[in-house]
Each structure stands twice: as C-alpha cells, then as structure tokens.
Design a protein around this ligand. Structure first.
Ligand SMILES: Cc1cc2nc3c(=O)[nH]c(=O)nc-3n(C[C@H](O)[C@H](O)[C@H](O)COP(=O)(O)OP(=O)(O)OC[C@H]3O[C@@H](n4cnc5c(N)ncnc54)[C@H](O)[C@@H]3O)c2cc1C
Length: 451
C-alpha cells in the first residue's frame, strides 16, 4: 500500500517504510509511541530533517520540546532521497532570484543556502555523526545545445556575481571522460553525498541526547486551538502545547491545519539502484568513483555513484501514489539510464522506490509563523509555524529551515527575516483539485519535448 497525501487519510503507523537501498543497508533505531497525556512548551509534528533539527535547536536552547512522527524513523523523504548535498532549495536558481528580487536579496538567499550546507557539516563534526558523508565532483549536464550555452553563461555569472567556482565542460570533454550519450556540455562544481537514513537517525540520536522527547508511530490526528495553546491528539495520547511546529512537508495529510492545507503540491520522485558495476562497466561508463550528476531537463534525471560501486538513478515518479511501483514506471526510468549509459544495458535493478517532494506554488520554500505578517520575530504567546516546500532539495536545507523556524519561534534574531523565504506564508494553490490533471499534462509535454 502506498501513501498518497492527496488521497489517503494521513500517514498511519502501519504503513511499510520504503523498499529502499537505504533501509536495506541500515536499520535505524526503533522509537516508542506516545501512550499518555502530556504537556510541553513546543510540539514538533513530523520527525524528518526539518522536525528533528527544530527539536535539536530548541533543546540546545534548553526549551521543553516534544516531537511526534506518524511512522518510524525515515518513513518520509528522509529515508527515500538520493542523498545529494546541494546548496539551494526550491526551484529558483540564484540568477532567477536575482532577476526577481535584485542582487541584495539573492546574496542573502545564497548566504542561507550555503549556511545550510555549513550547518550540516558543523553538526556532523560537532556530534560525530556517522552518515557516510563523501565529497566528489557534481556535474550539471545539458540535454541540448541551448541548455549547454545557458549553463556556461550562468556559470560565468555565478562566478562573477556570487563567487561560485565551477569548471565549464564542452561536449568533447564530457564524452572523453564518460561513456555517456545525449549530453551537449556541462559544468563541474564541488559536490557531496551522504546516506540519508543514517542522517535522520543521527539527528534523532542528537535530539534525544540534548533532552527532546521523541515519539514515533504516533500520528497527530487532530489539532485543536485552545485559549492556552494547542491540543494535539494521537491514537493513544494527547499533548497540550504552547507552540506548534508543523514539519510534515510533502507527507502532510490533505486536511490537517489551515496554515498548510492546499499550500503545497506533493509530487512523486522515483529512484532505482543497480547492482554494483563490474570492472568493464566501470571502465566503459567512467563511473569509477564517488560523483553525482543532474541534467537540465524540466523533469530532471539525477544520479550518483554509491560507495559500493552501484549507480543510483532518479527522476520523476508516477502522478498517483497507487501507480508508484508499476512496471511501466520502473522501465521508463531504466530506459532513461541505458539511453545515457548504453554500457549498462542489462544491469540488474536491485532496488526501486518512490517518495513525495513538496512543491510550493512559487517554487520558493517557506519558514513561517501563522498569522505573522510582520517582518521579524513574532512576540505572540501561542504560535503555530511551519517549514516546507523545498521542491525536492532538502537534504541540507530542511534541517536549516527547521533551525530557523525554531529560532524565529524563540524570538532569536538570527536571520534577515525580510528574505522571501520568511516574509510571507506559502501561497494557496488555486483549483487545488486540478493539480494532478495539470501535472499529467506536463508529463505528456515533457515526453515529447524532453526526449
Ligand atoms: C525520491 C526523492 C529524492 C530526493 N533526493 C534529494 C537529494 O538528493 N537531495 C536533496 O537535497 N533533497 C532530495 N529530496 C528532498 C528531501 O528528501 C526533502 O526535501 C527532505 O527530506 C524534507 O525533509 P522533511 O523533514 O521536511 O520531510 P520528511 O523527511 O518527509 O518528514 C516528514 C515527516 O512527517 C511525518 N508525518 C506526516 N504526517 C504526520 C502526522 N499527521 N503526524 C506526525 N507525523 C507526520 C512523516 O511520517 C515524515 O516522517 C528528495 C526527495 C525524494 C522524495
């Protein structure tokens, strides 16, 4: 049974975790469910990177914090993603942000995006987190000549305006290094990857060590606003909280809380992992060491070489949750891989799984406190806030967003709250029910336009 945020009633504790390579190579700790009534100052709903990072930040500030998650550690995106550590979030590039809001705002956003990667690295070091973090080149590959020119121009601009170092690569430079087809040029930047399930598990360990109370297999079923805060009901418990942090991202049930209902679009992304490449396949493809790739299609393909020599390959998933594991979905992705790497034709697909990414209407994530339309930290006594809408880019940024949400709730003036990320709530989707129809249409267009 596949969870579908737009159809299912909510994440339940009985849903199985993804059949992922991550779950096959690591078993996270089992955390107990909530079986009592309690009260807390801060309640975090959702125990992925966003929620656990918010809990860490609150616990570090000696606040009383409780977190509930509907399923087990890594049930959501945290146990399903590709493990690419990217500087950025949402779907807008720094250049796009600059064109829309000007250079100052773009510089501010870059500082937040880079801050997210730095926070990840700092926590790995400070808390000795074992997450298989490995650095290696990250290649952005153009799927046609126009995109190659745009990539090269954009790399030049990023170097001059934002001091982002990169190496432009011609088609020849790429095809002489890799046995790859359909690539017209690219750019190489510094990249890094990790084991995403180990990361969420380490965040849980740290949050617990710092004093946060964590309960898993405990879905928040009902949220009620009371005079002195919020009352949240789980199947076997009740929590009274002064402040509420919603960190359920794309796994948010369709009717949950007015601040987030219809404000993000859950879209599926799917991944498969091959058998380890043999010597001949490694030589023919050039996929010989830890490295990662992303192309320029609107429906992007992304892939990386795993530490044990397998290839992880991802792209868009099915429109509906119930179609996630159809053979046609697996074959579509597999064909895309063999089209790029003909030498891998016939290699076994050992794992295949899907997950939901949270797409915001204007491609910009939000960290926002309900009803807080003033710029700057809020001073209200009972607050409800959320962080979500990362558009498939949250391995480093979701944890940073969780930290910022907690800081904003604690009135810590740590950021430039006038940045577009913090200034306004997530926009509601018009015609929310037609979202899937539109997505289906977009996929049909991409099939022809982005062969
Ligand atoms: C296939 C795929 C590949 C991706 N690859 C990358 C990548 O390589 N790099 C990158 O930067 N990003 C990637 N992402 C995106 C990234 O994984 C997410 O942005 C990030 O994990 C979001 O973290 P989160 O904590 O906000 O959400 P999640 O990790 O999804 O956590 C949300 C949690 O909320 C819980 N929940 C839901 N409802 C309730 C409820 N009612 N009560 C209690 N708990 C509830 C869920 O059980 C879940 O654990 C990918 C995503 C997918 C799906």
């Amino acid at each position: 049974m596949t969870y579908d945020p737009l159809i299912s009633r909510g994440v339940s504790s009985s849903l199985p975790v993804a059949n992922s390579y991550w779950h096959a190579t690591y078993a996270p700790a089992t955390l107990s469910p909530l079986n009592k009534k309690l009260s807390t100052d801060y309640l975090v709903i959702g125990g992925g990177y966003t929620g656990l990072s918010a809990a860490i930040t609150l616990a570090q500030a000696k606040q009383q914090v409780t977190l509930v998650d509907a399923n087990s550690l890594g049930f959501g995106c945290a146990g399903r993603n590709g493990g690419f550590v990217l500087s950025g979030s949402g779907r807008l590039s720094l250049s796009a942000i600059e064109s829309k809001w000007g250079n100052n705002i773009a510089q501010g956003m870059q500082a937040e995006f880079d801050g997210a990667v730095n926070l990840l690295k700092k926590r790995i070091s400070d808390f000795n987190m074992q997450v298989d973090f490995v650095e290696g080149p990250y290649f952005k590959l153009a799927h046609n000549e126009k995109q190659a020119t745009l990539l090269h121009d954009s790399a030049k601009h990023l170097k001059t305006a934002f001091n982002v170092p990169s190496t432009p690569l011609s088609q020849d430079a790429i095809t002489s290094r890799f046995g790859i087809e359909g690539v017209h040029g690219g750019v190489k930047v510094d990249g890094a990857c990790l084991h995403p399930l180990k990361l969420v598990s380490e965040y849980a360990r740290v949050a617990k060590e710092l004093g946060a109370s964590l309960y898993f297999d405990s879905p928040a079923l009902r949220i009620e606003k009371h005079r002195n805060g919020f009352v949240v009901t789980t199947p076997n418990g009740t929590i009274t909280a002064k402040h509420l942090l919603i960190a359920t991202n794309a796994y948010t049930p369709k009717r949950f809380h007015s601040s987030v209902d219809n404000k993000q679009f859950p879209v599926q992304s799917s991944i498969f992992v091959t058998a380890p490449l043999n010597e001949q396949q490694r030589t023919q493809t050039g996929l010989t060491e830890s490295m990662s790739f992303m192309d320029t299609r609107m429906m992007k393909y992304y892939y990386r070489v795993l530490p044990d020599g397998r290839l992880l390959f991802g792209g868009r998933g099915a429109v509906k949750g119930r179609d996630a594991n159809n053979d046609s979905e697996k074959q579509r992705l597999y064909r895309a891989m063999t089209k790029s790497f003909p030498a891998l034709a016939g290699i076994a697909m050992d794992y295949f799984w899907s997950g939901w990414v949270s797409v915001s209407l204007d491609s910009m994530p939000r960290i926002f406190i309900d009803g807080d339309n003033d710029i700057g930290p809020t001073s209200r006594s009972y607050q409800c806030g959320y962080a979500m809408g990362y558009c498939g880019s949250g391995v480093s940024f979701a944890a940073f967003a969780g930290q910022r949400l907690a800081q904003r709730m604690m009135n810590i003036n740590s950021a430039d709250w006038s940045l577009p990320l913090y200034q306004s709530p997530l926009k509601a989707y018009p015609f929310a029910k037609a979202r899937r129809l539109a997505l289906h249409g977009l996929y049909q267009w991409a099939k022809v336009a982005e062969r």
